[in-house]
Ligand binder design. Sequence first.
Ligand SMILES: NC(=O)c1ccc[n+]([C@@H]2O[C@H](COP(=O)([O-])OP(=O)(O)OC[C@H]3O[C@@H](n4cnc5c(N)ncnc54)[C@H](OP(=O)(O)O)[C@@H]3O)[C@@H](O)[C@H]2O)c1
Length: 327
Amino acid sequence: MRTMIIGCGYVGLPLGAELVKLGHEVFGLRRSADGDEELKAAGIAPLHADITQPQTLATLPTDFDWVVNCAASGGGGPDEYRRLYLQGTRNLIEWFALGSAGVPPAVGAWSCEGTRRRDAGAPRFVYTSSTGVYGQNDGSVVKETSPTEPATETAKVLVETEKVLLAAAREQNFPAVVLRVAGIYGPDRGYLLKQYLKNEARIEGNGGRILNMIHRDDLIGAIIAALKNGRPGEIYNAVDDEPVSQFTFFQWLAGTLGKDMPPSAPEDAEANRKPGVTNKRVSNRRLKMELGYQFKYPNFRKGYTAEIMRLEAAGELDIEPRTGESA
Ligand SMILES: NC(=O)c1ccc[n+]([C@@H]2O[C@H](COP(=O)([O-])OP(=O)(O)OC[C@H]3O[C@@H](n4cnc5c(N)ncnc54)[C@H](OP(=O)(O)O)[C@@H]3O)[C@@H](O)[C@H]2O)c1
């Protein structure tokens, strides 16, 4: 398939490399040329544009079979979210609707199959949203049909962005699939492990809050499964099999690395009422049942074991001995 990846960062670049290995023709879009050599080394053809600036898209080709939008704001507040995710998504829908020549496709030309005629309109489009759209704070199981009423302004923008895509799928036959992605970890990324190794991790209260994660390799696999088999207008949670409490996560790290548990942060009675602090178990049933995805790292133990082994082999695993342990 002729595939474009918008945002070739932590996820997009290895996703592109994997698709190249699978025999696809891959283009990678970023704003600057800084990463061009890395993209080319992976067999990805670099393209440059800013999805918040529609005029920069106008001259690019649109004849793709598959498109993945995994551009990220790299932080930023609601205004930046609105610019990149919401307006960026609207710009992309319009760009594909018109085509690079500015000519709308024939009515009904957008295909809902995994493939399409090159001149037939919009490609299969996967967007990496976030499980942050679920605002639940009661430890309940959430699935794709659960309410999305997040407390933070940034997560509200992501809900709005999803609505734009789902409406385009419903009303314009735009073949968009939404993946709601949990906390990504993997090589060189894993905030909690990094904090723990630096002795900066803290357990919140009794550590009962549930964490939802996915290894980067599995996210790449889930995106490819969604490109191949995702149903336009549908949402799939991209999260591993085992939501885990903060306490259990650190207990496993402590046991595995032979290091003390992190101290508890002073009990903050308001902590669970702070906007954005969610506590939920995100279900991956649909990803597994409908897209048939099989996880390489079905839980944090498998994924973090791989990362710890990688750090160890690279000589980068710096473990302070367990305090109070005799030499
Ligand atoms: N991190 C998480 O735990 C998490 C959780 C849920 C969902 N997600 C989602 O997962 C996806 C992948 O995230 P990631 O960690 O791979 O992000 P990343 O490493 O920060 O990469 C983001 C990429 O987007 C490009 N980009 C940023 N703004 C752009 C723009 N206006 N136009 C075109 N390209 C732009 C950046 O390149 P340039 O700077 O060169 O343009 C970069 O290549 C994102 O959609 C993110 O929102 C992440």
